[in-house]
Design a binder for this molecule. Structure first.
Ligand code: ME8
Length: 632
């Protein structure tokens, strides 16, 4: 068992948390849970950053003292983490005594190192970033490159830290530890900052009153970023050199968004070098969650209504969607329609139906889980795939490829669905000769589902537990070794783990558990798709809002369509058959879960259905229906 320490940023309490904070913390939670599953001793930190001018201003605006304001906002984060099922071991607050004392100890050590000196600072400051914006990054409008809000001119006496002195050591560290910063794009960005030269940084503010005072000059307040970084150590008991501190420092992973890597990968390590302490092992930066291409920001009114989506689809669907759909490290646009499509195809259809179907068959035909007495076709393939799935998922998680990890698990889910189908297990109940084989197939399917529940447990913990409960396991079994599932357990076919969610509350056709009619194998059958395959299509009623030609592409039109819950852009090859103005206002049918594509440089998120022969005629419904209605 080894110690594993992972942190999220500590978030500013100037406002309540939003989905972006949620994303960082869900990713860190998934890793924390994964390491616990591996048997490691995990310490998972999240928390809030409570000092500095930004918080002070927010408190003033709310008519509260800074402390009262922090005491009001901090619990909203705690509530949010509960809502998102975050398994942190500590919720760190920088107004806690433990942090204040630990930070002062660190500041004294920094001062003693001889790398702190007094000087004057002047420059443009972003209150939202809580940092001076270097000359190189300034625009003529003096607007923050991240927040797009006006900067303030500040001039004051400050203490400085000799960051420049550590440039060569930092460069050497980056070169000797290629994994220090992930992904490579962020590492390269930081390397070029390092190569272009580091300037000393001011570490105190004389104009700020809300914060921790410098132990060697109480007139000055420590710059909030310097103090905030120290929380990763003070939280462990750095002040008293506690057992916990010695077990978990240095951190294995500082997880964060791409906006704050310089603080974590340049300034923080240099500070640690100055006081002769070990550096965190990895700085991992993810991209931004965007809405319509823009970073989420309460200040700018761009947000994701995650409460509504969690209420509709459940928390695990939300976690699954974020981890499955976004490619870690890149920005990702939040789209409720994609969440719906993932829910329907991956969760309700592939996984939920499989569990329900297998449990139903066990319930109907056996007293408890049957023994696997009769090996047959496909069994070896299934057991081998179970083990390779475990290994591949592990590799993907180590590479922070959460989407690939989930896709690998779902390949296995889909394989088990096919196994049930190929063996036509439901037909084997008819005779006593075939029943043992039926029992074996059902045992294997349930054991596969147990494997799946273990593998998905870091991502969607509630679902994993529900699966094992329905299988009949009293305690969650985390061991991915084939054959551990006890024979004879009483399974309970409870509520579907992912009940069908219909945006417009439509009734869905129910599938009956019967053998498909016998078919002669002809060329025709190879063209057939299963009902499950058909159900993967997310066809929705939409209205065309606008249409315009695409320069240099005579056959294409760029369309904006309304799906009721969201607006989309898509490209359609109908320019030779429809004039743009004739399309506006028309109801059409859109394939809403088609992978996005860029066609002639224009992004397309879906496809419009049309009859396509000599003429091309758009498919519509007989009469208009509400936008977003599913077409079946
Ligand atoms: O920077 N998408 O706090 P902060 C994804 N207190 N992640 C997002 C996001 C988005 N749209 N918006 C925010 C601070 N985040 C400092 C940190 S640490 C010692 C001090 C997440 O409240 C992401 O992790 O501004 C980002 O780095 C962090 O919130 C910034 O949070």
């Amino acid at each position: 068992m080894s110690a594993f320490y992972i942190t999220t940023p500590i978030y500013y309490v100037n406002d309540e948390p939003h989905a972006g904070h949620g994303y960082s913390t869900i990713v860190a939670d998934t890793l924390a849970r994964y390491h616990r599953l591996k048997g490691n001793e995990v310490f998972f930190l999240t928390g809030v950053d409570e000092h500095g001018a930004k918080i002070h201003k927010a408190a003033e605006k709310a008519g509260l003292t800074p402390q009262d304001y922090c005491d009001k906002i901090a619990p909203t984060f705690i509530k949010f983490w509960k809502r998102l099922n975050i398994s942190h071991d500590i919720f760190m607050r920088t107004t806690s005594d433990m942090h204040k004392r630990g930070a002062q100890k660190f500041l004294n050590a920094l001062y003693t190192s001889g790398d702190v000196y007094k000087g004057t600072y002047e420059g443009y400051y972003c209150l939202h970033c809580e940092r001076f914006i270097p000359e190189k990054e300034l625009t003529a409008e003096k607007i923050c490159p991240i927040h797009k809000l006006p900067l303030e001119w500040l001039e004051e006496d400050n203490y400085f830290f000799k960051l420049s002195k550590y440039q060569d050591r930092l460069l050497a560290h980056f070169r000797e530890h290629p994994d220090f910063v992930y992904p490579a794009a962020r590492r390269n960005e930081l390397l070029s900052v390092l190569e272009s030269g580091l300037e000393d940084i001011s570490i105190s503010r004389s104009s700020v009153s809300w914060g921790i005072s410098l132990p060697f000059d109480p007139e000055h307040i420590v710059y909030v970023w310097i103090e905030a970084l120290m929380n990763y150590m003070t939280a462990l008991g750095y002040e008293t050199d506690s057992e916990q501190y010695r077990t978990f420092w240095p951190a294995d992973i500082h997880m964060m968004g791409k906006d704050i890597t310089r603080f974590h990968a340049l300034i923080w390590p240099a500070m640690l070098m100055a006081v002769d302490l070990p550096l965190p092992k990895q700085i991992i930066a993810h991209g931004f969650l965007t809405k319509d291409g823009e970073a989420l920001s309460k200040t700018r009114g761009i947000f994701v209504d995650l409460e509504a989506d969690i209420a509709k689809y459940g928390l695990d669907a939300f976690r699954y969607y974020l981890l499955r759909e976004f490619s870690f490290g890149n920005d990702g646009d939040y789209r409720p329609a994609r969440l719906h499509a993932r829910y329907t195809a991956d969760l309700a259809n592939d996984l939920g139906n499989l569990l329900n179907r297998v449990l139903g068959l066990v319930n109907k035909n056996f007293e408890g889980i049957p023994a696997p007495t009769t090996p047959g076709e496909f069994d070896d393939e299934i057991t081998a795939m179970a083990q390779t799935t475990v290994t591949t998922v592990e590799e993907h998680i180590k590479a922070f490829a959460f989407d690939a990890a989930l896709e690998t698990i779902w390949e296995f889910v889909r394989r088990i669905n096919r196994y049930v189908q190929q063996t036509q297990v439901w037909t084997l109940a008819r005779s006593p000769e075939t029943k043992p084989r039926m029992g074996t197939i059902l045992y294997n399917s349930l054991e596969a589902l147990r494997f799946i529940s273990v593998l998905i447990s870091p991502f969607v913990p509630d679902t994993a537990e529900k699966i094992q409960k329905q299988i009949g396991l009293a305690e969650f079994d985390t061991v991915a070794v084939w054959g551990r599932l006890p024979v004879g357990l009483t399974v309970s076919r409870g509520e579907p783990i992912f009940p069908r969610v219909d945006v417009k509350k439509q009734k869905q056709p129910q599938r009956k558990e019967t053998a498909p009619p016998k078919q002669k194998k002809t060329k025709e059958t190879s063209r057939l798709i299963s009902f499950a395959d058909f159900q993967k299509l997310d066809l929705q009623v939409a209205r065309i809002l606008s249409a315009e030609p695409i320069e240099g592409a005579d056959r294409l039109l760029k369309l904006q369509v309304d799906l009721g819950t969201e607006k989309r852009q898509l490209v359609a090859g109908i320019a030779e058959h429809y004039k743009p103005e004739a399309l506006v206002g028309k109801q059409v049918i859109v394939v809403a879960n088609l992978e996005p594509a860029t066609i002639r440089g224009v992004e397309s998120h879906g496809m419009i259905l049309a009859g396509s022969g000599d003429a091309v005629v758009l498919a519509t419904l007989d009469t208009e229906m509400p936008l977003g209605t599913q077409v079946r």
